[in-house]
Design a protein around this ligand. Structure first.
Ligand code: NAD
Length: 255
């Protein structure tokens, strides 16, 4: 039998961490060797447990330090915690490249969204955007969400805008002369609308329009278990991707 990959979970007592621990325990090819949370030393826990991969679902204030500690302990890192900036990503990239120059062969995957349906919706929307005159994004979330529009909706709009630019498309048709408040946020020239409604979890719709036709791409996340296929995919692939990878889409074979 092939040896199981040994995995540590950082933030194991949290909502995402606990769900990740359960998913790893249920996977036949993975072995949960450490549950790490506040008060534990990350480097020591990873080293002592012999973990080959550490999954970080902690909090924005500590996730970067955790990744440096994981790398220094000789393990790969899969990161779901948010709060990453261009600067913190650059520091991790420099660190892992330096270790790899010495032959470490380590990988780091940082994914702002591990939801396969959300990532695929974003990719499909970007691919379709070049063929439509109009595109708008509607994101719908539970009313406890504090930021609007969502990061995923912003990324989707930015990807649509880039695809339109690459295709040489002009600005979208829009005769609005007043009442701009009702037209949503302008993200890179793409209108993004945010709905907050009791009962919802996390949902996104991309509307693409041409004369006489419409394409709607919709994704719905109902539960945090929806992130687990993406997390497990990254755990299984991270060792084959030395250096830093940002975004789950790079791990998917989208042609
Ligand atoms: N990438 C994705 O797809 C995705 C999906 C959902 C949530 N998230 C992000 O994941 C993170 C965790 O979300 P959550 O809902 O599970 O939060 P949570 O508050 O339930 O859990 C965070 C856990 O991290 C622990 N922690 C804090 N500091 C630590 C440290 N120094 N070392 C070890 N553990 C530490 C806390 O004690 C807690 O158990 C957030 O940043 C959230 O935005 C990402």
């Amino acid at each position: 039998m092939t040896e199981k990959t040994r995995v540590a979970v950082l933030g194991a007592a949290g909502r995402m961490g606990a769900t990740t621990c359960a998913a790893i325990e249920a996977a036949a090819d993975l072995d949960l060797v450490a549950r790490v949370d506040v008060g534990d030393d990350v480097g020591t826990a990873v080293r002592d447990s012999g973990a080959q991969v550490a999954v970080d679902f902690t909090v924005p204030s500590v996730t970067e330090a955790n990744v440096h500690a994981v790398l220094d302990a000789g393990a790969h890192a899969v990161v779901g915690a948010t709060g990453w900036t261009d600067e913190s990503l650059a520091r991790v990239s420099e660190h892992v490249d330096r270790l790899n120059a010495g032959g470490a062969g380590l990988g780091v995957v940082v994914a702002p969204n591990f939801g396969l349906s959300a990532v695929l919706a974003m990719q499909f929307a970007a691919k379709a955007a070049a063929y439509f005159e109009s595109a708008e994004v509607i994101e719908l979330h539970h009313p406890n969400k504090v930021d609007a529009p969502s990061g995923t909706a912003r990324h989707t709009a930015t990807a649509i805008a880039a695809a339109r630019r690459d295709a040489g498309l002009p600005a979208m048709p829009d005769a609005t002369a007043e009442g701009w408040d009702a037209r949503g946020a302008d993200v890179d020239g793409v209108r993004v609308h945010a709905v907050r409604l009791r009962g919802l979890v996390a949902h996104e719709e991309v509307l693409l329009g041409n004369p006489g036709e419409q394409l709607v791409i919709r994704q719905d996340s109902f539960d945090r278990v929806s992130f687990m296929p993406g997390v497990l995919l990254a755990v299984r692939q991270v060792a084959t991707r030395p250096g830093l990878t940002v975004g789950l889409e790079h791990l998917l074979d989208l042609g």
